[in-house]
Design a binder for this molecule. Structure first.
Ligand code: HEM
Length: 373
């Protein structure tokens, strides 16, 4: 009997299946129900409007599939190094999908404002504002409730059912990708080696670099006094960028004021990874930070493009969800950035020529030394 059952399941496993059945095409194609046709006169372009949103929701589902798997891999106390490449490939997939989402706005723009008016009233008060998956993506990446635009002074969650709100709360409390990456950066073991302390070497390099630039300006035969004063002022301004990495207290003050979010230790680790990214062991961490910035940047681009498209479609009318429409959406593009601190690492970089040389033992630690004595 057991042998028979084993045979049956094997049979089922390798039974042929038709394309239509495998992809549930019949069900999929029955899901575009024009409300204009059901309630009044069929508006031709409503099918496009529905399909566009459904396609986006499918992409959101794929993004969440990748994000869930990445956060599981990152949640381990010690992230298994063997998983890092998988994490990177999945993040790359997310950014590729968001690029496509940005491109797809062109298709939405083939709907003209006049044709949109043929069915806009039928969808009221439905709005992308109620997309649960979009909110899940934002929160899983690390957008916090306190960093969001409010909705008529109320939480963005009020448009969701209690069950959905509980799911969003669980995501917010469960540790976002931002927080997991922050912890992973804080654990970076490369900040201190015997005979090499990254932070103090970096501080000396910054001081040397600024003193050299100051000397170049004041000693220049070609600059007028006015130009010298201007350049020295600019140098003073760039000096201020370094203040918060050179002092933990300053960094913590900025964090408390909401001027930055990433912890001091994680910021220093991200800086080290960026400066020494060519060392083999730091290649993957560098690419990972880059991919997170790509995702953030592409999501911001999508927000801008969506806001622009909305402006073209409804001018300055309010949205079906009740927001101010274009103005609200354009504001989210700036306010809802998540990995801004990683972008800001660029203001802390110093030229390769000024980079503190690593002791030979550290070079060896950061390289692929298998087989070398
Ligand atoms: C004719 C096309 C579209 C128009 C006129 C439009 C309009 C708007 C408006 C006015 C809002 C602000 C909330 C409100 O008051 O309703 C909004 C939000 C949103 N829309 Fe669209 N939209 C369009 C297409 C799309 C498409 C194809 C998607 C893809 C899923 C989408 C996703 C979203 C999302 C996720 C939000 C929330 C954004 C946030 O709060 O940060 N929209 N939309």
């Amino acid at each position: 009997m057991q042998l028979y059952l084993a045979f049956m399941s094997k049979q089922e496993k390798y039974a042929t299946i038709h394309y239509h059945k495998y992809l549930e095409i019949d069900q999929l194609l029955s899901l575009q129900k024009n409300r204009s046709a059901a309630l009044g006169e069929n508006a031709h372009d409503e099918t496009l409007f529905i399909i566009m949103h459904q396609v986006y929701e499918l992409w959101f589902k794929q993004i969440m599939t990748e994000l869930d798997s990445v956060t599981v891999l990152f949640r381990e106390e010690r992230v298994n190094a063997d998983n890092m490449n998988t994490v990177l490939l999945r993040l790359k997939r997310i950014s590729t999908i968001i690029s496509l989402m940005v491109e797809q706005i062109h298709v939405m723009e083939t709907l003209t404002p006049l044709d949109f008016l043929d069915f806009r009233d039928y969808l009221f008060p439905a709005s992308g504002f109620q997309s649960m998956q979009f909110r899940m993506i934002e929160s899983t990446l690390g957008l916090r409730e306190e960093d969001r635009m409010t909705y008529h002074g109320k939480s963005y969650k009020i448009v969701f059912t209690e069950e959905q709100q509980a799911r969003l709360d669980a995501i917010e409390q469960g540790g976002s990708l931002f927080e997991l990456v922050e912890k992973w950066l804080e654990r970076t073991p490369f900040l201190q080696f015997e005979g090499f302390d990254f932070l103090s070497s970096y501080k000396s390099a910054v001081d040397r670099m600024l003193a050299k630039e100051q000397g170049n300006i004041t000693g220049s035969e070609y600059l007028s006094d006015k130009m010298k004063a201007l350049r020295l002022k600019m140098l003073g301004d760039s000096n201020s960028y370094f203040k918060h990495v050179l002092s933990r207290e300053e960094h913590e003050r900025m964090m408390a004021n909401g001027e930055c979010r990433l912890s001091y230790r994680a910021t220093i680790a991200a800086l080290l990874i960026n400066l020494y990214r060519d060392k083999p062991i730091l290649n993957i961490p560098f690419n990972l930070l880059t991919e997170l910035m790509n995702i953030d940047e592409l999501l911001t681009t999508w927000r801008y493009r969506h806001a622009q498209m909305v402006m073209r479609m409804i001018g300055n009318k309010i949205g079906t969800g009740g927001s101010s429409g274009h103005d609200y959406l354009a504001a989210t593009a700036e306010k809802h950035k998540i990995f801004k601190d990683l972008h800001n690492i660029s203001s802390l970089l110093i030229p390769r020529s000024e980079l503190p040389a690593l002791p030979a033992a550290v070079e060896r630690e950061l390289g692929f030394w298998y087989g070398r004595s």
